[in-house]
Design a protein around this ligand. Structure first.
Ligand code: HEM
Length: 242
């Protein structure tokens, strides 16, 4: 005799439920795999991995830590944006106010700064690990190139962020940075002008570096990370003994 349909059965067989949840109860390997594959967050991890890929001392999760710090930086960065004013007259004051007046402002700023330092260190060590284990070799050579672009983007994010407090350190860093651009052969003068947006360092330079820091470079980094993670999967997962 057929079992009477419970409320749970009715909900899970409704077209509304099926339009969101495409898998059944995770009591079979197929349903367990479908749960991972059909969820945008879970699918970042593969359904199955090779046994050696669970060995922490192979990667030290340095790539994962770099990504984690990028997420912390994005979260704390958005919160800082509610208070930071990208104006040559007000930037320094707004940064001091974040430390002194804003609830949890000092914590957010410190988390942002420490994660920024941590991300640079983690990305660099991650690159050393990839080199040490020879993981740049085919079929992963393309991902190595994406990695180099990520390294450069990380450095640029760090440099553009360093300028935003608009204190003496920032002013001299932007002076040296744009002068380096100005020393480029033939096009130096134009490079310098494009970076500063003016003949002198002031509001135009600050708003350029601010836009690069909060919008352009994070978008570039997020796009490159998506390609980086997708390539790891396509290259057969983490490298390891054959
Ligand atoms: C923001 C920067 C980066 C992030 C978030 C990132 C993230 C990751 C993650 C999560 C992995 C999986 C293994 C692991 O956790 O170590 C990985 C693997 C890999 N990364 Fe990166 N990475 C970054 C920068 C780089 C750089 C600078 C290079 C090299 C120049 C690089 C080259 C590679 C390669 C070749 C692999 C595959 C390694 C293997 O199969 O053993 N990545 N990356």
């Amino acid at each position: 005799m057929a079992r009477e349909q419970t409320l749970a059965d009715k909900i899970s067989s409704s077209s509304l439920w099926r339009s969101v949840v495409r898998h059944g109860y995770p009591d079979t390997q197929r349903n367990q795999a479908l749960i991972i594959a059909s969820n945008v967050f879970l699918h970042i991890h593969p359904v199955k991995i090779k046994r050696y890929a669970t060995k922490v001392t192979y990667t030290f999760c340095l790539g994962g830590l770099s990504f984690f710090m990028f997420l912390v930086l994005t979260g704390t960065g958005v919160l800082l944006m509610f208070y930071y004013i990208p104006s040559a007259d007000l930037a320094y004051q707004s940064m001091v106010a974040i430390e002194a007046d804003v609830t949890f402002g000092q914590l957010m700023r410190n988390m942002h700064r420490w994660s920024a330092q941590g991300m640079v260190i983690a990305v660099f060590l991650h690159m050393c690990r990839v080199f040490y284990t020879g993981s740049y070799k085919p079929p992963r050579e393309f991902n190595w190139v994406i990695g180099i672009l990520l390294l450069v983007t990380t450095f640029l994010l760090s440099f553009t962020g360093y300028l935003l407090p608009w204190d003496q350190l920032a002013l001299w860093a932007i002076t040296v940075g744009t002068e380096i651009g100005g020393a480029a052969p033939l096009l130096g003068e134009y490079v310098n002008l494009i970076l500063r947006g003016d003949f002198e360092i002031g509001q135009s330079a600050l708003i350029r570096f601010y836009t690069l820091h909060v919008l352009f470079l994070p978008l570039v980094a997020a796009f490159l990370m998506a390609v980086h993670f997708w390539r790891i999967r396509k290259d057969g997962g983490i490298s390891g003994p054959l």
